[in-house]
Design a protein around this ligand. Structure first.
Ligand SMILES: [Zn+2]
Length: 182
């Protein structure tokens, strides 16, 4: 009985997270990677619950984002990246370990729900935000790996910042670098 309850609970969490990802216009492969649901079940879920809203919630095909340079492309995107990285970091979405959780595991489902919370917080703070949910998922993996982009603290104002580890100006955030305050 207990095992059945646990299975039911996990199934419900998987479906809830998949619906939340679908509402954020995530791609099928992304939803599969976090929830462990099959492509067929994801399609059925969309048809059953969200197809009526397909004008507002289109399905996207093709590859997920994979270019880290997107996050540093302009001053606006750098600021938005920080606005998103802040709740990601605060809510503990950025993995402490490199190994991703097994798709559909309780750990992956919990982290996926926090990722949605962080993205929704970013969208509330930046209603006109350009960073899509798929880019947010990509930012999570990029910052968790920490090879091309990392979260750190400015040596001048001590604020959270996102920086390129190979950059020579890693000790100061863009505001402090520009203002030469320290
Ligand atoms: Zn600073």
């Amino acid at each position: 009985m207990r095992i059945t309850d646990d299975r039911y609970h996990r199934e419900r969490l998987r479906m809830e997270l998949a619906l939340r990802f679908l509402r954020h216009e995530a791609r099928t492969q992304t939803i599969r990677g976090w929830t462990g649901l099959s492509d067929d079940r994801i399609r059925k879920l969309y048809r059953s619950y969200l197809e009526d809203a397909r004008d507002k919630l289109p399905r996207h095909r093709g590859k997920s984002p994979h270019q880290v340079a997107y996050f540093t492309r302009s001053v606006r995107l750098q600021e938005e990246t920080l606005a998103l990285a802040t709740p990601l970091w605060m809510l503990g979405v950025l993995a402490a370990t490199c190994a991703p959780e097994e798709p559909g595991s309780l750990a992956a489902l919990a982290r996926g729900a926090l990722l949605c919370n962080a993205f929704e917080a970013y969208r509330m703070a930046r209603p006109g935000g350009q960073i899509t949910f798929e880019h947010a998922v990509f930012l999570v993996s990029t910052l968790s790996r920490g090879e091309q982009l990392r979260v750190g603290w400015c040596g001048c104002c001590e604020g959270l910042m996102v920086f390129e580890p190979f950059s020579l100006r890693v000790t100061r955030c863009p505001h402090c670098t520009g203002a030469a305050r320290c």
